[in-house]
Design a protein around this ligand. Structure first.
Ligand code: ATP
Length: 211
């Protein structure tokens, strides 16, 4: 269970969250929706430990946790809105670099796991290409595969459908639902209310403080 307790967050003088509380159950699929600038991305980043908080606590399974703790425990996978793939590396190297270098996975295991994920996501044939040669939807799936390399317990997605046409949007929905069956806790930030309604157990609306 992942919990935010009495979270306060400001950027300069701008209050984004004030004494905010949230509970995400294990295996829950939470969608965070709301207007641009409302704080959705900030909330996701705080939940997964990528953004500092001014006061309050992030608690995972009863323990207060920092970003380092998430990384060490292989708890977290994150799919960035702009993918953040390494442009000078092939797709397979994008997937295997961090598991080999920071998680002590053997090269053989990392390549085998990466190939299996790329196959499941329908982008196996692209494994030796560089990111520039892929479409937005393909990059999206590489970013998802990379996040899944460590079998994270929690996976956060920032606008996973923003670069996709409707067909690919359905594929991403299927992938997210398959991860749910596999037991992952998932948090999805999206502008797309219809997408949120298709996939989510719970929808949380985050509104701008100026509303
Ligand atoms: N690092 C930062 N420094 C200063 N202000 C920031 C920073 N990150 C976000 N903000 C501000 O905090 C507010 C919330 O931003 P956030 O990105 O969380 O909103 P959002 O709901 O995800 O918006 P969008 O849907 O447009 O991505 C915005 O006013 C934004 O300008």
């Amino acid at each position: 269970m992942l919990e935010l307790k009495n979270i306060c967050k400001k950027f300069g003088d701008k209050v984004i969250f004030e004494n905010f509380n949230l509970l995400v159950e294990d295996k829950e699929l939470l969608a965070i929706v709301g207007p641009s600038g409302g704080g959705k991305t900030t909330l996701l980043r705080m939940l997964v430990g990528l953004e500092s908080i001014d006061s309050g606590e992030v608690i995972y399974n009863g323990e207060k946790i920092s970003h380092d703790g998430y990384v060490r425990g292989n708890i977290l996978g994150f799919v960035f809105q702009d993918f953040q793939l390494f442009p000078n590396m092939t797709i397979i190297d994008n997937l295997t670099l961090s598991p080999i270098q920071t998680m002590n996975m053997s090269k053989v295991d990392a390549v085998s796991k990466a190939e299996s994920l790329l196959f499941d996501l329908g982008i196996f044939e692209q494994k030796d290409l560089y990111p520039y040669a892929l479409s937005g939807g393909q990059k999206q799936r590489v970013a998802l595969a990379r996040a899944m390399m460590i079998d994270p317990k929690i996976i956060g997605y920032d606008e996973p459908t923003s670069a996709l046409d409707p067909g690919l949007r359905d594929q991403v929905a299927e992938l997210i639902l398959a991860n749910k069956v596999a037991g992952m806790t998932q948090i999805v930030v999206t502008h797309d209310m219809q997408f949120a309604e298709t996939i989510a157990d719970t929808i949380l609306a985050v509104n701008s403080k100026e509303d």
